[in-house]
Design a binder for this molecule. Structure first.
Ligand code: MG
Length: 389
């Protein structure tokens, strides 16, 4: 049992040692600036998650959310009348809830933003009146440009591309997961704005919408943002815009409104995924330089390996020449160690050898980098390359 545990422990340690990020997974390529399992990549920012809402009580937003309405009277100062922004909105905060006052017009945030994860909760009037589009109608306008419909469709049919959860005039919700009027409903929306370059659409923009935990829009192309009766055509959106809530003549109530800005898409200058070859080359150069800068503060093998690691991202004559000289010096030192004393150097040699073999395998160093074959010869002579049974 102890032997088994020791083996497991050794395996654990060796996999950690290998997984230090360098010389491990497939190297970068023309459209991927990072290696597979690359520790040079930034760690995801730590976010403290919020809590879920109950019917009685709104939940807490995650720690990095921008709160647009959190239930305080003072939150109303974050909003303004859409028609006459100079005037305060006539919407009211009552019992910690933001309420539409029919006839007061749309309300909009002073905050301007674009791509986001948006959370909104709403509750329909229990005093049921009207039908179809006339019952509990409001709306969530992302950037003021495209409406995700708010409507009381609990036992109230309407045209499906105008139902709650629709991208109004564009696409119906997949299903109707609405609760009764008076109960609290939640929207979780992922919004990506359309992007045009030189008048050409390069990304249609998308909406993903979840109502009460149920997916109703799955990455739906925005097609210009929709509209009433008219079929909209793809169009560019501004860079930013306010969130607007619609006054459609019904006293719909809202609570717990927050958003999290999303990182830019590659097409928009971000470095999240699907980068162009030019973007990738620029990013690889940036990563290589940061590694060379880091190497400048290091000594010995740490410095050598960091210099050589930079070559994984971008060829660099100075880093190659310095790294090669250090590699040759290290190998010469190891060759000078008597065979029966080499065991104490085993960890260090295997670590460096792993790096050298990686560089050779992926042709990241020229054939003149003979330190790799010389060090590997020592490993083979010691039979350190043989798997233990
Ligand atoms: Mg509406």
């Amino acid at each position: 049992m102890r032997a088994l545990l020791t083996t497991a422990f050794t395996l654990l340690i060796s996999s950690f040692a290998l997984a230090d990020g360098a010389f491990y997974g497939d190297p970068p390529d023309a459209t991927h600036p990072w290696a597979i399992h690359d520790m040079n990549r930034a760690q995801p920012a730590v976010v403290t998650p919020g809590t879920f809402s109950s019917n009685e009580q709104p939940g807490k937003p995650p720690s990095d959310a921008v709160v647009l309405f959190g239930g305080q009277d003072s939150d109303l100062s974050k909003w303004e009348a859409d028609k006459n922004p100079a005037e305060p909105t006539k919407w009211v905060v009552k019992d910690g809830l933001l309420q539409c006052v029919p006839g007061s017009g749309y309300v909009r945030t002073k905050e301007q933003f674009s791509d986001c994860q948006l959370h909104v909760e709403w509750s329909e009037p229990t005093d049921i009146s009207g039908s179809s589009q006339g019952r509990g109608n409001s709306g969530i306008f992302l950037m003021g440009q495209v409406e995700v419909q708010v409507l009381d469709n609990y036992n109230n049919p309407t045209y499906p591309d105008g139902a709650a959860g629709s991208v109004y005039g564009v696409n119906p919700p997949m299903v109707n997961p609405l609760r009764k009027p008076g109960e609290w409903q939640s929207y979780d929306i992922v919004f990506r704005r359309p992007i045009f370059k030189d008048g050409q659409e390069v990304d249609p923009g998308y909406l993903t919408v979840i109502i009460n935990g149920v997916l109703v829009q799955d990455h739906t192309p925005i097609e210009g943002g929709g509209g009433h009766k008219a079929r909209s055509k793809p169009r560019a959106f501004p860079d930013q815009g306010p969130l607007k809530l619609q006054d459609h003549g019904n006293p719909v109530r809202f609570r717990n409104i927050w958003y999290r800005p999303l990182p830019k898409r590659a097409i928009d200058g971000g470095d999240t995924s699907h980068m162009s070859e030019a973007q990738t080359a620029a990013k690889r150069a940036e990563i290589a330089k940061s590694i060379r800068d880091d190497a400048a503060d290091k000594q010995g093998n740490d410095k050598m390996l960091r210099l050589l690691e930079s070559l994984v991202y971008e060829p660099n004559a100075e880093a190659l020449s310095q790294g090669t000289a250090m590699a040759e010096k290290f190998v010469a030192e190891m060759k000078a160690v008597p065979a029966d004393k080499l065991e104490s150097k085993k960890g260090e040699i295997l670590h460096v050898n792993g790096a050298f073999q990686y560089l050779t395998k992926f042709k990241l160093v020229p054939e003149t980098f003979t330190a790799a074959s010389e060090l590997n010869a020592i490993v083979k002579a010691q039979e350190w390359d043989k798997k233990k049974k």
